[in-house]
Design a protein. Structure first.
Length: 370
């Protein structure tokens, strides 16, 4: 039996919150969803302009090897057959991603896998022993040429510090394909929901009460005693009022503009890997849905230093922050009615399919408890 008006108060209307709310409503539970922003969708939110779905918080391409998750999201949206095949721009030269035979041909003029492998193996040998930092780790995996042109500048912009000062564990592996395959994600299922992610989230939330523009951490007294369980998808340090200190993140800044042309760059995602170009990538949104509109919308994505109160995007998973997060997680574990979900509450980067799967698992677990 729930304590107050709602069985579940769900903080956040991103994929975790929306999937969990949908599943619990289907089980006969009454849910209230609170969204801090003015509109639903979390970081997967899309907005239509000139018939083009704008990815408001960076490119989101759904990809998974989990057939159950793929079938689940298809209940709420039809997906197109978009395949992510980004390009990298270094000094005006274009290179295919991920690193594959097209990249190696563009880099060195080689044609066969053996030629490419010989180049990479010779350059990898530069690093002796255990890599001490990200720079040495990357060179030990793909060699200096690829590191210098396609990794170094991009990574240093992302993290705001030299690769020689970043820990090696940030890059655990770098996929190298000795085939002419530009499909970035090595996943069985891939695509973009037709009509945008916001429509998908709205369908998940049909029949569920949603209040936007509500910051739960600022308004929690208003909801005290009105729910049985709290599902929290925000930053965990904020939930506890930063009592143990603030977790660290990297921020992002997006500059989106309408261009009076049909086609700006010919690809959905273009990475800019030179250190002296301030943005990391340019997104041309119409290409996610093979658009033919006479105008186009592009977003320049800038990495940014993060401070408390800014939107948090990438957790800085070094030893100090992980130790601090574990302390907050221990506090959360003492709250019997608290359920944590999503990338912020878990302080980890998550792909969308992982978020959906974890929300379904959490709902199933609640069914056992109830």
């Amino acid at each position: 039996m729930h304590v107050g008006s709602y069985d579940y108060l769900i903080v956040g209307s991103g994929l975790f919150g929306a999937v969990f709310a949908h599943e619990m409503k289907a089980r006969g539970k009454r849910c209230l969803v609170l969204e801090r922003r003015a509109a639903i969708g979390g970081n997967v939110r899309t907005e239509e302009r000139d018939g083009i779905q704008i990815h408001c918080y960076g490119a989101h391409i759904f990809h998974t090897n989990d057939r159950h998750v793929w079938q689940y999201v298809h209940r709420f949206a039809s997906f197109n057959q978009f395949v992510n095949s980004p390009l990298a721009n270094f000094g005006g030269m274009l290179y295919h991603l991920p690193f594959n035979m097209n990249t190696f041909r563009e880099m060195w003029g080689v044609r066969t896998p053996d030629e490419a492998r010989e180049r990479i193996m010779a350059q990898r040998a530069e690093v002796k022993g255990e890599p001490r930092n990200l720079e040495e780790q990357a060179i030990s995996l793909v060699g200096r040429d690829i590191y210098e042109k396609l990794i170094k500048g991009y990574t240093e912009k992302q993290w705001g510090r030299p690769c020689s000062e970043l820990p090696a564990f940030i890059i655990r592996r770098l996929p190298v394909r000795y085939t002419y395959d530009n499909n970035y994600f090595n996943a069985r299922y891939q695509g973009i929901p037709i009509g945008g992610y916001t429509r998908l989230v709205a369908r998940l939330l049909e029949g569920i009460e949603v209040r936007t523009g509500v910051d739960y951490n600022m308004a929690r007294a208003q909801y005290e005693g009105k729910f049985g369980h709290l599902v929290y998808t925000g930053a965990l340090d904020a939930y506890f009022g930063y009592r143990l200190g603030a977790l660290a993140y990297r921020g992002l800044r997006f500059e989106t503009e309408r261009l009076e042309m049909e086609n700006y760059q010919g690809v959905a995602v273009m990475n800019y890997t030179e250190a002296d170009i301030p943005y990391t990538r340019v997104i041309e949104h119409k290409h996610f849905e093979f658009g033919k509109q006479p105008v186009t919308w592009v977003t320049h994505e800038y990495p940014a230093e993060w401070k408390r109160g800014d939107e948090a995007y990438y957790p800085i998973n070094d030893a100090g922050n992980q130790a601090l997060y574990q302390k907050y997680a221990a506090l959360a574990a003492k709250e019997e009615k608290l359920i944590l979900g999503g990338r912020l509450a878990r302080y980890r980067y998550c792909d969308m399919d992982q978020v959906v799967a974890s929300a379904l698992a959490a709902a199933n677990e609640q069914e056992k408890v109830d």
